[in-house]
Design a protein around this ligand. Structure first.
Ligand code: SF4
Length: 452
């Protein structure tokens, strides 16, 4: 069945392209038109105001459910529906066709791009204001087209190296129960027959013959049945994390999981609810007033640098911006370092210290990290639905269930990784520091949804 789906995708390139252009049009409409309209009144609702409707579509549905789709279907979204990927590939067909430069191949981009976009998005209130959304999402799209136009001939250099969510999507898709499986023996056989086979136009430039996991694959289906060796197949959702990640996990992926998804993203979701943020700001403001340093309290920064909507009584001072960055950075450092220490302890307890094992074990946290981003983004979905009068009392129970499931999944992966490492049964003692890492993350969510 699945192999047939892969073949269907491969044979419907024209239809998929039309679908991509349709998504591009909807995306452009929802991004550009609200930014040209007046901001909605407090009484405006989703069903009578395009700005609120677009806000709900982008942040309430689009983003959380695209994340969920990664876990269910791998990066099908990237290959079939993503407007940015489609535009970048289209531009690359028309463009200069230069080779991908060395700086773009730097492995730290997924982490750096994610952190910068997340923090900047908070500074300009990207979830709340359409101009900010146009700047952040539209800016990313313009960059994707520019990179596509300059580099490669018809490939997706942007998606593979620079897209701010490439790293996150790559991590989440490791949990998908399906991937394009490569049968290396069948590939070799086909080569020995000296058959002439057309090359596959793999837009994200995957090393097809040796492709083991699905984290870089956009699931577009173009390589389906290539040399009779590639097939869309089911797999265990643990397989890539337990088996493949042993070789492929690296320090940047660990940084993205521990300091990015479980650190910076957590701080970005936290600060609006946090009483600690309020006291940080108050203490700093009192100190500044005492010292007669008044310029940080000025609220004259432009909207594209710091939130500035006086008509809605929503303006950030320089102090607000600095406090936000300090709060997010402190959360990321404290939480990330605590989790990293637990992981290091677990690696030592499981046998001997190896940095490679630390990166491997960090991958067990992907379910909890992904669940966290889903919960954080869907908090806005819940708020918007509440404003529409939809009863949402069940939301906290659902959050608890999701968190419990993600914890169990992460623990299951950690156990699988330790079993894969081999050694005596005593290595499972390492699950104790792993539990401590999970508890740290759970506490952070506990504050956000239950205790504050
Ligand atoms: S490996 Fe490349 S061509 Fe094959 S499905 Fe993935 S993205 Fe498409």
């Amino acid at each position: 069945m699945l192999a047939a789906v892969g073949g269907w995708l491969r044979d419907r390139a024209g239809l998929l392209r039309k679908l991509q252009w349709a998504v591009v049009l909807v995306y452009a409409f929802l991004l550009i038109v609200p930014a040209c309209l007046e901001l909605p009144e407090d009484s405006a609702r989703m069903w009578n105001n395009l700005t609120i409707f677009a806000q709900f579509v982008f942040w309430g549905i689009w983003w959380p459910f695209v994340l969920l789709s990664m876990v269910l279907f791998g990066r099908l979204w990237c290959g079939v529906l993503c407007p940015e990927g489609a535009l970048s590939e289209w531009a690359a067909r028309k463009g200069l066709g230069r080779p991908i430069p060395r700086w773009m191949r730097w492995g730290g981009w997924p982490f750096v791009a994610f952190v910068l976009t997340t923090v900047y998005g908070q500074l300009v209130s990207v979830y709340q204001y359409p101009k900010a959304a146009l700047l952040v999402l539209g800016g990313s799209t313009v960059a994707a087209v520019a990179v596509g136009f300059v580099y490669t001939r018809g490939k997706r250099a942007w998606c593979r190296h620079l897209c701010p969510v490439n790293g996150v999507f790559g991590l989440l898709s490791k949990l998908a129960p399906m991937h394009y499986r490569v049968d290396e023996a069948a590939w070799k056989q086909s080569q020995q027959k000296r058959e002439r086979v057309a090359a596959v136009d793999c837009a994200p430039l995957q090393p097809l013959r040796h492709m083991q996991g699905g984290s870089g694959c956009h699931m577009c289906g173009r390589c389906s049945d290539h040399r009779g060796a590639i097939e869309l197949s089911l797999r265990s959702p643990s397989d890539e994390v337990v088996r493949v990640a042993e070789r492929e996990a690296d320090g940047w992926q660990t940084a993205l999981i521990v300091y990015g998804l479980l650190g910076v993203a957590m701080g970005a979701f936290h600060w609006t609810m946090s009483p600690w943020f309020v006291s940080l700001k108050q203490t700093a403001a009192e100190w500044l007033v005492d010292k007669d340093i008044m310029w940080p309290l000025d609220t004259g920064a432009p909207w594209w640098l710091l939130t500035h909507y006086p008509q809605h009584n929503d303006v950030f001072s320089w102090l607000d911006g600095a406090a936000l960055i300090t709060y997010v950075a402190t959360t990321a450092l404290a939480l990330g370092s605590g989790i990293l220490a637990c992981l290091a302890l677990a690696v030592c307890a499981a046998g001997r210290w190896q940095t490679r094992r630390l990166h491997h074990l960090a991958q067990a946290l992907i379910p909890l990290a992904g669940c966290g981003v889903f919960l954080g983004l869907s908090a806005l979905t819940v708020t918007l639905l509440k404003a529409e009068g939809v009863p949402m009392q069940w939301a906290n129970h659902a959050r608890l269930l999701l968190l419990a499931g993600a914890n169990l999944w992460s623990l299951h992966l950690a156990r699988g990784i330790m079993r894969h490492w081999g050694g005596s049964a005593a290595r499972y003692l390492a699950l104790l520091p792993m539990l401590a890492a999970l508890a740290l993350v759970d506490c952070a969510w506990g504050f956000m949804f239950w205790w504050w």
